[in-house]
Design a protein around this ligand. Structure first.
Ligand SMILES: [Zn+2]
Ligand SMILES: [Zn+2]
Length: 173
């Protein structure tokens, strides 16, 4: 190996950025990577390709899981959106408190139902699919309130959307 014979004169470049000098190497494939490309793991630096490969092994879900997730999460989100907008939204200012309290619980429940339905398989975009379903389920009620000029009525479904998507993204990571 010439690398070992002349360690001082050897200049290495990131394999993804041929003009960027670097001394970092991927611990898996050994290629040189710049600090921008390198991803830190508990055992050392790793290149994006190897990281992707590692993640693919981690994600055990199939494409069908996305359909299952949407089919379950969409109607649940629609019902939740309706209940929040018309039932809870009718409680006046107190509705905001209820919405703050209930949104993470309901969203967590939807996430859990989906997780069980896909047999706890992990997928890269499962959380995005469920969070997107919540957005689609609540959007009609937001539009309805907007069209009715009821801006006050936007707050409760808005809280549901904001806290709900956050909960889902955290739960299904
Ligand atoms: Zn690598
Ligand atoms: Zn690079």
């Amino acid at each position: 190996m010439t690398n070992d014979e002349h360690p001082m004169t050897e200049i290495h470049f990131c394999y993804r950025h041929p003009t960027v000098e670097t001394n970092l190497r991927c611990k898996k494939c050994g290629r040189y990577i710049c600090s921008k490309c390198a991803r830190r793991t508990p055992t050392g630096y790793i290149c994006p390709d190897c990281l992707r490969e590692q993640e693919d092994r981690f994600y055990t879900g199939t494409n069908t899981d996305y359909i299952i997730a949407a089919v379950i999460a969409l109607p649940l989100s629609l019902v939740t959106g309706g209940v929040f907008t018309f039932l809870i939204g009718g409680f006046g200012w107190f509705a905001w408190l209820i919405a703050f309290f209930l949104s993470p619980i309901v969203a967590g429940f939807i996430a859990e139902v989906v997780r069980r339905a896909v047999n706890r398989r992990r997928s890269r975009y499962l959380a995005h699919t469920v969070a997107g379903s919540l957005v689609l389920g609540v959007a009609p009620f937001l539009i309805l309130m907007l069209l009715a000029g009821n801006f006050f009525g936007l707050i409760v479904p808005g809280i549901l959307l904001f806290l709900g998507t956050g909960t889902i993204m955290a739960r299904l990571r």
